[in-house]
Design a protein around this ligand. Sequence first.
Ligand SMILES: *Cc1c(COP(=O)(O)O)cnc(C)c1O
Length: 221
Amino acid sequence: MSDLISDIATRRADILARLAAAAQPPRAVKLVAVSKQQPEERIDAALAAGQRVFGENRVQEALRRWSSRRPLFADLELRLIGPLQSNKAEEAAAFFDAIDVLDRPKLAAALADAAQKLGRCPRVLIQVNTGEEPQKAGVEPAEADAFIKAAREQFGLPIDGLMCIPPADEAPAMHFALLAEIAARNGLTELSMGMSDDFETAARFGATQVRVGSALFGQRH
Ligand SMILES: *Cc1c(COP(=O)(O)O)cnc(C)c1O
């Protein structure tokens, strides 16, 4: 095994063990490897270490990186975790297994149109701006219930759950708790929350998937 593969395999095993210890009651928490801006050899090392679920921030970067690898790994799962413009919705719907950043009616409409046209629809998470930060994407917490209902009923999208990115300068726990509460009252089961610095806290607060980049791959280039 190359050094790079064994480094990433070791870090991955450590993250999975910490997730298993933090998830109470015991349950599986999916590790989404955030591969944005990582060198190609680290992606291949993660694949060699057995990682199959990856999160990408940009549609074009993901297409470039994954189009050639996708046919080699039947069990690959690719998730879009960065902002999506409505005019890229069709390209994204054709390529990704899941889109974790739905946050507005215009994008919901574009995804519904794309799904109709393509005859396939990725699974969808709704992003909630739990910190109500003006510069951040996500539906406001007060509007989440209505938007979830519209996404399901008006647009007919397969909504699995919610995603959030807490404010960088605040303790994340109350944001995770808020996201879990909104999901529970809307009958949603998937919670994408927690990154390199706080994935254990997220698992404790009910995350079903965590998005980890630098703690798995090393610093981005
Ligand atoms: C970059 C990114 C991550 C991973 O961040 P790390 O701190 O490197 O783990 C997770 N989620 C989103 C939405 C991101 O953009």
